[in-house]
Structures are given as C-alpha cells and as structure tokens.
Design a binder for this molecule. Structure first.
Ligand code: NAG
Length: 225
C-alpha cells in the first residue's frame, strides 16, 4: 500500500515538473555527453542522432564545412534556393545542437510557408530586402510580419508557420541558424497537396471546402513547384 502511494506521488511530481518546465525538455537538442561526436556514417545503428567516429580518427577538417560558400540555384518556380548545413551534410554537428542554412532568393522569390518542428530559426539578412513573417498557433493565428533590410536579424519561433518573400529590387541572400543539429522542415502546401501517397481527395475537399476540380488543379500546380 505504501509503495503504491509512493508511486502515485512520484507520478504526480513528474507530471507537475513536466508541466512547469515544458521548455527544459523541448527547447533544443539533447546535451552532449562528450566533447564531440563526429557523425560516423559507416555504422547502421538507429539511435537518436548518429553514432560517433572514433575520436582518435577525427581531424580538424571534420569541424569545417564549405557548404554555404556557394549560392544555390534559385532559377525555379519559387525563385528560392535553400542550402542546409545540418548534421545530414556536416557530420561535425552531431550532438552539438546547432545548424545553419543559406537562402538565396531570385528577384520576387519566395521561401513558402513552412515549419521547423525541432528549432527556432534566427535569420541574418546579408543582402537585399525581405518581407518575413510567422503565424502564431491556433486559436489566435496571429500574423507577425515585417520588412527587413541587409544587416537585420529576424527570429522565427520554433514550430510556427513562417515565410520569407524577396521584396527588394535584385537578389537577396540570408543566413540562418538553428538550435538543433537537424531542425527538419515541413512545407505546408506540399504536405497537403504533394504528399506520397496523396492525401485522400475527400479529406482535402471537406477540410478546405473545395470541390474535386479545385483539388486536382491545386495538386497539379503544387507538383510543379
Ligand atoms: C539552374 O537551374 C535551371 C533550371 O533547372 C537550369 O536551367 C540552370 O542551368 C541552372 N543554373 C546553374 C548555374 O546550374
């Protein structure tokens, strides 16, 4: 009986602690348990993150990456090129809880509404002018949007739908940082209209109050972006 009570008390304390400190467990990646854990791509282990290379084999170059040096190719329908430097492309980031990206915008280019489920994003605009914004969670769905210029920073809170539109005269270039080695990206429109396999038409028709022809039209438009 006493054991049962203790167990109930322990569960109560655990639930209360989780409710009082939601950010502590959710705000960023797990803390590392060693100086570094450079990603070892040879091991086929399924762990949270990636296994470590033997530290004796690790060289300085594993902590360097030139992946953001070159502009991506923004000659596409959206006029945007996102180049990530996350743990998938830069093994030295494994367990460090940070990553970066470069976003190149053609004139009038758009980085369409999307979400990073695992990290906030801080954007530094190196060149050009952007209209940036994010929308708070439901029920408010409040838009915070702002025009930013070269040299400005903007923070997109974790997990909220956000976008960037090039409203300047020429191209624009931004660099972004995340407090996750792998923030993830979920494109809102692609998730709805370009999933594999497709979401049942009945779901989209009812949820968005569209007819079958509208859904087909949107599917074909989205598949081209
Ligand atoms: C950029 O992409 C476009 C469209 O795919 C292609 O025609 C063009 O050659 C590419 N430019 C470079 C520099 O790769």
């Amino acid at each position: 009986m006493a054991g049962f009570l203790w167990m109930r008390l322990a569960i109560l304390v655990f639930v209360a602690a989780a409710a009082l400190h939601p950010q502590r467990s959710l705000a960023s990646d797990e803390d590392p348990l060693q100086d570094f854990c450079v990603k070892d791509t040879t091991q086929k282990l399924h762990v949270n993150g990636f296994p470590c290379k033997d530290p004796a084999q690790v060289q300085a170059s594993y902590f360097a990456s030139d992946s953001l040096k070159k502009p991506g190719n923004a000659s596409n329908a959206l006029g945007v090129a996102v180049t990530p430097a996350n743990v998938l492309t830069f093994g030295g980031l494994n367990t460090q809880g940070v990553s970066a990206a470069r976003i190149g915008f053609a004139p009038h280019g758009i980085n369409p509404p999307h979400v990073h489920p695992r990290a906030p994003e801080i954007l530094f605009l190196a060149k050009g002018m952007l209209l940036v914004g994010f929308v708070t969670s439901t029920p408010d769905n409040k838009l915070f949007a702002q025009t930013i210029n070269a040299g400005d920073l903007f923070i997109f809170p974790r997990g909220l739908v956000h976008f960037q539109l090039n409203v300047g005269y020429g191209a624009a270039v931004a660099f972004c940082a995340f407090n996750s080695q792998n923030p993830g990206t979920s494109q809102v429109v692609k998730a709805l209209f370009a999933s594999t396999p497709p979401i049942d038409d009945a779901v989209l028709e009812k949820a968005l109050q569209l007819n079958a022809a509208d859904v087909q039209r949107l599917r074909s438009l989205i598949s081209k972006t």
